[in-house]
Design a protein around this ligand. Sequence first.
Ligand SMILES: C[S@@+](CC[C@H](N)C(=O)[O-])C[C@H]1O[C@@H](n2cnc3c(N)ncnc32)[C@H](O)[C@@H]1O
Length: 257
Amino acid sequence: MLTADTARWYDLFTDPQTADVDWYVARAREEGGPIAELGAGSGRITVPMARAGVDVHAVDISAPMLDRMALRLQGEAEAVHARIERFEGDMRVFGHDEAYQQVFLPYRSFLHMATAQDRHQCLWNAWRILKPGGRLALNFFHPEPGVLQRASGDQARAWWDLGVHEGADGTVVRCQQQGRLDLLNKVMHMRFRWVEEREEEARVVEEGFTAGLVFRDELVLHLELAGFALEEVRGDFEGALLERADQEVVVTARKVS
Ligand SMILES: C[S@@+](CC[C@H](N)C(=O)[O-])C[C@H]1O[C@@H](n2cnc3c(N)ncnc32)[C@H](O)[C@@H]1O
């Protein structure tokens, strides 16, 4: 579970990523709000959508991430504040019937649904809270051979460097990741190790979560079972065809029944 520190470090490493932000903001503008953003985190995508003039209900199970969103909102125009409501809640149960024009599950939030039952509950709930004809948009990564191999056998004990962030005050934050494959349950047990070095001191914090492993065709079945019609599946945020397992899966679907 994220803490105030790990939520802050998460932002250092994730904020530079913008391709997905542009894609979700474009979808937000196209069909408008209100949008339920499930797994909204610290608002990396929420705030730009609100700046684009769309009302967003930002839902996250982590209070520290929602606190970071409040910080991110400091200095934003009053109109941007007014378009965002933050909710500490669970994507499997959040919201009221037919309340939303669109539901977004950005940046792999859906993989926090570690079992088929959780995934169905989450998608069924998204269907329930969408207006008829409303749109669902999400993205996630495939369990491609490279990822699976790195999370198997001896390699599962290795730490993989995700990068280093050097702050203006001389603080250095390193992030490493470990993944352990659990094929019986079709999940990956992920651990993150954060090392913060400030002057002579180093602080090490580890935390983890379990990610579901989801294949494209499995998602399509999940969507159909939950009452969605698949609209588009792409292999990145620029519209590439999904042709390889190592591409990001970017999906839109519509509530049809
Ligand atoms: C990878 S982060 C994405 C955050 C943000 N959307 C972004 O793009 O930076 C996934 C988020 O999903 C949240 N989350 C995990 N399980 C959840 C659940 N059951 N309901 C709501 N949020 C959840 C986590 O707390 C985390 O903030």
